[in-house]
Design a protein around this ligand. Structure first.
Ligand SMILES: *Cc1c(COP(=O)(O)O)cnc(C)c1O
Length: 440
C-alpha cells in the first residue's frame, strides 16, 4: 500500500525544521572583536585630503577586503559598498547612464537590477530570457537595442552564468556598457573566466541570503581605471572632491554614501576564504538531488553548460504540467505538505510591478514620461513570453541545496518528491480540494 500524502492527512516525509542559512562561526566572531577592540568602526572620510587614519577610500579592513577580492577574482579593482543595490546604482552612474537613455535588462531578477537605471532617470527595457539558463537571450537583447540604448544589465540567475559571448559581441558592436549582476553567482566561471570580470563592471552582493555574506554589503569589480575612479567617487560624496581633483567629466559623480563599515569588511575577509567550501557543498548537494530525481520525466533539472559552473544560489526545476497531468500549484502544495519547501516560480517578471504598469517612478511620470526620453518602452503583459511561462507555469525553486544542509536532507527532498510522484493518480482525483500556492 502507498503512504498517504501529507496534504490529505498522512505522515509528512520530513517533520524536522530546515536549518537556517548561517555561514558564520567563531572565526567571524574573532574578526569582529578585533575591530571592536580598536574601536574604529569606519574610517571613511568624505574629503580628498585624507586625515590619517581616515581615508577617502575607507579604513584598513575595507581596503584589505578589496585587495583580497581583487586577488581571488584576478581583477584590477574591487570596490566595497554597503549593498549590491548600491553597487548597481554606482555602476549605472559610472557608466554615464542618464535621462533619455535606455538600459536593457532581464525581467526575471531582483528589482534593483532594473531600478538602478531609474535612479539615473533612464528607462529599463526588458528583454526575454532563455528557458534553459533563465538568463538574457542574446537575440532578444539584439531586438531590444534602439538608438537610446546605453547599457545592458546581465543577471547570472540562480548561480549559473548567462551566455556572455554573444552579449559582449552585441555590446561591442553597438558601443554599450555591460554590467554583470553577480549577486547570485559568487565564484562561478564562464568558459574559464570568473563571472563578474567579463563585462565592464561586476556587482556582487554580501546580503545575508547570499552564498557569502556580511549581513548587508556588496563588492563592485572592474578592470577599467577610469570606471573604478568614478565608482569610488559615487561611493563617497563625489561632489565634495571632484573640484580638487580637476575631474573633466563630473556627471553622475554626486550624491551618495555607499560606504561599507570596518566590521562588515572584517567579516567579509573571513567569508571570502569560505567561498570555495560553500560552493563545493552546494554543488555536491545539487548533483545528488539531480541524480535522485532523474527518473521523473516531468521534472527538468537545472542545465549546467560545458565549461561553466553552476553554484546553485537557488536550485531551479522546470515542471512540465502536460507530462505530469496536474497543475504545478497542486504538485507544489503536496510537496510542501511533506515538509520540503519548494516555491512556484521565483519573482514576478518586473514589468508587471505597479511602477512599470503605471509608468510612475518619480512625480510627473519620469523617467518614462521624461521630456528627454524619445523611446517607447513597453511593459505590457506578454512582453517577455518565456519569462512569464517559466514563472507562472514551469519553474519551481528550492533553497535546500545550501550550507549547512547535508545529503541526509537531500534524501528527504528526493523521498518527498518520489512520494508525491507515486501518488499522482490520487492528486489528479482530489486536485480540486487543493488551493495552496506560494506564487508571487
Ligand atoms: C540579492 C540580489 C540583489 C541585491 O543585493 P543587495 O545586496 O541585497 O542589495 C541584486 N540582484 C540580484 C540578482 C540579487 O539576487
Amino acid at each position: 500500500m502507498k503512504d498517504e500524502l501529507a496534504i490529505f492527512g498522512g505522515k509528512p516525509v520530513r517533520a524536522k525544521e530546515i536549518p537556517s542559512h548561517i555561514t558564520t562561526d567563531d572565526e567571524e566572531i574573532k574578526a569582529v572583536v578585533e575591530v571592536m577592540k580598536k574601536g574604529r568602526l569606519s574610517l571613511f572620510e568624505g574629503s580628498y585630503s585624507p586625515d590619517p587614519p581616515f581615508s577617502f577610500n575607507g579604513g584598513p579592513y575595507v581596503q584589505r577586503l578589496e585587495r583580497e577580492w581583487e586577488k581571488y577574482y584576478g581583477v584590477k579593482h574591487a570596490i566595497a559598498v554597503n549593498s549590491a543595490t548600491s553597487g548597481l546604482y554606482a555602476a549605472m552612474g559610472a557608466a554615464g547612464v542618464g535621462p533619455g537613455d535606455e538600459v536593457i535588462v532581464s525581467p526575471y531578477t531582483m528589482t534593483a537590477s532594473a531600478t538602478c537605471a531609474i535612479i539615473y532617470n533612464a528607462v529599463p527595457v526588458f528583454a526575454d530570457i532563455r528557458d534553459d539558463l533563465f538568463c538574457l537571450d542574446a537575440q532578444a537583447v539584439e531586438n531590444a537595442i534602439t538608438p537610446y540604448t546605453k547599457a545592458i544589465v546581465v543577471i547570472h540567475l540562480f548561480g549559473h552564468p548567462a551566455d556572455m559571448d554573444p552579449i559582449m559581441e552585441l555590446a561591442k558592436k553597438h558601443d554599450l556598457y555591460v554590467i554583470e549582476d553577480c549577486a547570485q553567482v559568487h565564484g562561478a566561471h564562464y568558459k574559464g573566466r570568473h563571472v563578474g570580470t567579463i563585462g565592464d563592471i561586476g556587482v556582487f552582493s554580501l546580503n545575508c541570503n547570499k552564498t557569502i555574506q556580511t549581513g548587508e554589503g556588496g563588492i563592485i569589480t572592474t578592470n577599467d581605471d577610469e570606471l573604478a575612479e568614478r565608482l569610488r567617487l559615487i561611493r563617497n560624496h563625489g561632489e565634495a572632491v571632484v573640484g580638487h581633483m580637476g575631474l573633466a567629466d563630473i556627471a553622475n559623480t554626486f550624491g551618495w554614501n555607499y560606504r561599507m563599515t570596518e566590521i562588515e569588511a572584517a567579516i567579509g575577509s573571513v567569508q571570502l576564504k569560505k567561498l570555495k567550501k560553500f560552493n563545493k557543498q552546494r554543488t555536491e548537494l545539487a548533483a545528488y538531488l539531480t541524480k535522485g530525481i532523474s527518473d521523473i520525466d516531468f521534472l527538468i533539472p537545472p542545465v549546467v553548460r560545458e565549461n561553466c559552473d553552476h553554484v546553485y544560489y537557488v536550485y531551479p526545476l522546470r515542471y512540465l504540467e502536460e507530462v505530469a497531468g496536474v497543475p504545478r500549484n497542486v504538485f507544489a502544495a503536496a510537496l510542501n505538505a511533506e515538509g520540503v519547501p519548494f516555491y512556484e516560480g521565483y519573482v514576478k517578471p518586473l514589468y508587471l510591478l505597479p511602477m512599470y504598469q503605471q509608468k510612475t517612478a518619480y512625480h510627473g511620470g519620469c523617467p518614462f514620461k521624461c521630456s528627454n526620453y524619445k523611446g517607447n518602452a513597453s511593459y505590457e503583459k506578454g512582453l517577455c513570453p518565456t519569462a512569464e511561462r517559466l514563472h507562472y507555469k514551469e519553474i519551481m525553486t528550492t533553497e535546500m541545496c545550501r550550507y549547512p544542509l547535508t545529503k541526509a536532507d537531500m534524501d528527504d527532498v528526493i523521498n518527498a518528491i518520489h512520494k508525491v510522484v507515486d501518488n499522482m493518480d490520487v492528486l489528479k482525483e482530489r486536485r480540486d480540494n487543493i488551493k495552496s500556492s506560494n506564487i508571487w
